[in-house]
Design a protein around this ligand. Structure first.
Ligand SMILES: [Fe+2]
Length: 348
């Protein structure tokens, strides 16, 4: 993925902000400029941002509060604070709250690309950490989490495993690398883990939900990301999980992210998740046929779903039409058995 890196500058001093923007554009970055944290947040919800450079002192929400808000949203965007020497003690506190780096005023423009690249690199290293640490203990911990979900709600754990299988087909069609595939696999498996925190009378209700019940049920992506976020190596998975119910047009939940601002794998999972739910039988309704489900997905391309990803999904589902749903050998080899070999009921 060699897309152009996008930097958001948040600076209430208009001239200073413009100077930074011009400097970064000169070095080839795509730059957005906001004059307040609130304005910056609007951009974050609508555009894919790779890195944020924000002033620490601003009227309204300051740079540290912004970092806290971002940490809560599990967007994993590195944030570099601009500070004066007098605020250096504040910066230490900020680093504990997810701020990745700081720049002390006056900033030398020629230093900017070094700081930007360093912080973008750090993010890459973090995601590689997960891949290197694919340790036995992590797999066991995840298996334990899945057991907990299965005990709570066997439909959801079975659904999650079927979502994993389809996600692996998407991974291949999208030419994901091995570590990207791993992150997508874990995200697919864990996307509904937050349902552990939803009361049974809501989770298993046969009739349609009251508004207040719907609001509680809609907390599951938040609860899920908080559970997974406890494991530092899984921060990217936590991000995908939190945003799997966002909609492409910005009307989803929990954060109302729009278009490319929604993490890529969340956009992939949203399609598979809906498809799998549509074709499944539930207590209160029978599943629809596969073709009808695909038409439903297609009808919601551009509103609920990323239209480009819908095209990919429809292509793989039609390619396998008439073929067995069994995975071919080379694909299944890449999938780690997280459910435990003796626990067939997880798939049911
Ligand atoms: Fe969900």
């Amino acid at each position: 993925m060699s897309e152009r890196q996008t930097v958001l500058i948040i600076e209430d001093d208009i001239h200073y902000g413009e100077m930074l923007r011009d400097g970064l554009e000169h070095f080839g970055y795509h730059v957005y400029l906001a004059y307040s944290a609130t304005g910056g947040m609007d951009i974050i919800k609508q555009k894919k941002i790779h890195l944020i450079i924000s002033d620490i002192n601003m009227p309204g929400i300051n740079g540290i509060q912004l970092a806290e808000k971002l940490q809560e949203m599990y967007l994993n965007i590195p944030i570099v604070l601009i500070t004066g020497l007098q605020d250096i003690s504040l910066v230490k506190k900020a680093v504990e709250r997810g701020v990745s780096d700081y720049l002390i005023k006056p900033i030398k423009l020629e230093d900017l690309p070094v700081v930007v690249e360093k912080n973008l690199q750090m993010k890459n290293i973090e995601s590689q950490m997960l891949f290197k640490n694919k340790s036995e203990i992590l797999v066991k911990a995840l298996r334990a989490l899945m057991r907990a979900l299965d005990a709570k709600d066997s439909y959801t754990s079975g659904h999650s495993q079927r979502v994993v299988r389809l996600a692996m087909k998407m991974a291949r069609e999208l030419h994901l690398s091995e570590d990207e595939t791993y992150i997508l696999q874990l995200s697919a498996l864990l996307h509904d883990i937050g349902k552990i925190g939803i009361p049974d009378k809501i989770l298993k209700k046969a009739a349609s939900l009251e508004d207040y019940e719907l609001n509680i049920a809609r907390d599951h992506p938040i609860i899920g990301s908080e559970i997974i976020g406890e494991i530092e190596e899984l921060s990217e998975v936590a991000s995908v999980v939190r945003h799997h119910h966002e909609r492409y047009d910005g009307s989803g939940y929990p954060d109302g992210l729009k278009g490319d601002a929604i993490p890529y794998f969340s956009r992939v999972l949203a399609i598979i998740d809906s498809y799998e739910a549509l074709i499944s039988d539930r207590i209160y309704r029978k599943g629809v046929g596969k073709q009808a489900a695909l038409m439903e997905i297609k009808a919601n391309a551009g509103t609920q779903f990323d239209p480009e990803l819908v095209d990919v999904f429809i292509k793989i589902m039609q390619d396998q039409n008439g073929q067995s749903m069994e995975m071919d050998d080379d694909l299944s080899k890449n999938i780690i058995n997280l459910s435990g070999s003796s626990k067939e009921s997880l798939a049911g």
